[in-house]
Design a protein around this ligand. Structure first.
Ligand code: URP
Ligand code: ZN
Ligand code: ZN
Ligand code: ZN
Length: 514
């Protein structure tokens, strides 16, 4: 099933680890639940059902009263990212270790080249940072942060030779990563040609720049200025524009980190009328906290919540976003884990626009969604699986290797205890960062065991990850979920009539218009 060379696991980690039976649990996939035992050998699910015949010496986990679900896929992380003068606290080891502790067994990180940098060079840098450190499997999206014919060539190589099937374009971060609409459209057309998936960060970077100048001139320098410079409308406009550009390019589209009701409403409208699909991702931050924190008197506290697009002051946002996830107006939840410690956030002490953007979430995403979405009755466990793993696996073409519990799928499994209670706090989280935006949140429902490629890496509360055990996942282009329903060859440009007959003597033939 795996599509990358299997790394050699040291002998002392093999033997009894190779066979595992998860017994008496309730298996949850996105399309249903069943009472089934799960038997794993060499990292792959070999049998599922009751009364299985199992070789002696197999380790048995009793999952009575527990749910057995596909390990989470976090479609959006930034480990070891240098951004806005800071470097993220979580590297690929600490970040994936924290992911596993929270029930996530695959992460998708973003290669973000500097303006003018070769995409291939940036990709190689990311691989060399990640490969020796990851505690779970990972895949990569690549940012298209500038445009030239050489970028197009490198996108081709990334797709055809390096297993990249998604590219992120920025409509914000003017003068850094932002593309203009022309470049955005050409990048989307390139993705379509390659049968890759374009992703966008949807915010209007020009409006943000102008609003920032005005706020700073008026003396608003604190973190509250961040939200004021980029309110909901600034996000919703970009969502609509991105959808229109994708539609004109005849391309599918994936909008990352959707943070507001207005943005989701814009997406909802586009999804009803566009043929190539448009997908929306939201974040654990959006449902687990809110924009009121920007007004906190403590700079550290307020700055810790700065990410883009920002958390919203409208208190009805978290519930509306949860409902959108439940109703399939949004398809996935990620973390956008991009953690900066206090020292780095201080870079923006006197100017909110210099606060490095990003929050935590890779560790708590699953529990926060369970608490806010499932315990509240807004979604059932199947939908929980859909938005935390299955939909990501389908969209990024990892299905059914990942995101599904079935014979022949990878043994990436979380044994979920729906009664396990804990309070989230930076004092005992596994992430490297010194702040947790979910501080004090009481959650009922957490992983008891987490199995990564057949190995129990979170063992009844004890973290036993192996640095470098994870592998790079090649994501093949032409995902059947995205491109399966044939992409229409028609586009508004193709539809334009080419055969209008006009009189050559300059006399208008008004009758033709009727
Ligand atoms: O604030 C954020 N989202 N930081 C990470 C970079 C990005 O735009 O995803
Ligand atoms: Zn972004
Ligand atoms: Zn504080
Ligand atoms: Zn991000």
């Amino acid at each position: 099933m795996t599509n990358a060379p299997v790394k050699k696991v040291p002998i002392h980690l093999q033997s009894s680890q190779n066979r595992l039976l998860i017994k008496n649990g309730r298996v949850v996939n996105d399309d249903g639940m069943e009472e089934a035992d799960v038997y794993i050998e060499d990292g792959i699910i070999k049998q599922m059902g009751r009364n299985l015949i199992i070789p002696g010496g197999t380790r048995v986990i009793d999952a009575t009263g527990k749910l057995v679900m596909p390990g989470g896929i976090d479609p959006h992380t930034h480990f070891e990212l240098e951004m806005m003068g800071g470097k993220t606290a979580d590297d690929f080891y600490k970040g994936t270790r924290a992911a596993v502790a929270g029930g996530t067994t695959t992460v998708m990180d973003f290669v973000l080249p500097q303006k003018g940098q070769s995409l291939l060079e940036a990709y190689s840098n990311w691989r060399s940072r990640a490969d020796s450190k990851v505690c779970c499997d990972y895949a990569l999206h690549v940012g298209v942060t500038w445009w030239s014919p050489s970028v197009k060539k490198e996108m081709e190589q990334l797709v055809n030779e390096h297993g990249v099937n998604s590219f992120k374009m920025f409509m914000a971060y003017k003068d850094a990563w932002m593309l203009d609409d022309y470049q955005l459209m050409v990048a989307m057309e390139t993705c379509l040609e390659l049968r890759a998936l374009p992703q966008v960060h949807a915010e209007n970077g020009s409006i943000i720049s102008r609003n920032t100048e005005k706020l700073l001139a008026a003396g608003v320098t604190g973190p509250e200025g961040h939200q004021l410079s980029r309110d909901e409308e600034v996000e919703a406009e970009a969502v609509t524009r991105a959808c229109v550009i994708a539609n004109q390019a005849n391309s599918p589209l994936y909008i990352v980190h959707m943070m507001s009701k207005s943005a989701v409403q814009a997406l909802r409208i586009a999804r009803t009328k566009q043929r190539p699909p448009v997908y929306g991702e939201t974040l654990a931050a959006t449902i687990g906290t809110d924009g009121s924190h920007y007004k906190n008197a403590c700079f550290r506290h307020a700055a810790a919540h700065v990410l883009s697009p920002p958390l919203r002051p409208d208190p009805s946002t978290p519930e509306a976003i949860l409902q959108a996830l439940a109703d399939d107006d949004l398809q996935l939840i990620g973390s956008d884990n991009c953690t900066f410690s206090e020292k780095e956030k201080e870079l923006g002490k006197n100017n909110f626009s210099k606060i490095p953007n990003g929050v935590n979430g890779v560790e708590d995403r699953m529990s926060v969604l369970w608490q806010k979405g499932v315990n509240s009755g807004i979604m059932d466990p199947c939908r929980f699986v859909a938005v935390t793993s299955a939909n990501a696996a389908r969209i990024f073409n990892l299905w059914p290797q990942k995101g599904r519990l079935a014979v022949n799928s990878d043994a990436d499994i979380v044994v979920w205890d729906p009664r396990l209670e804990r309070t989230i706090t930076a004092a005992n989280h596994k992430q490297a960062v010194d702040f947790n935006i979910f501080e004090g949140l009481r959650v009922v429902g957490s992983p008891q065991y987490v199995v990564v490629n057949g190995r129990v890496c979170f063992d009844d509360g004890e973290l036993r990850v192996v640095e470098g055990l994870g592998k790079y996942l090649k994501t093949e282009a032409n995902s059947p979920f995205v491109y399966g329903g044939e992409v229409p060859s028609r586009s508004p440009v193709n539809e334009a009539p080419h055969d209008i007959e006009r009189s050559t003597n300059g006399t208008p033939t008004h009758g033709d218009l009727l």
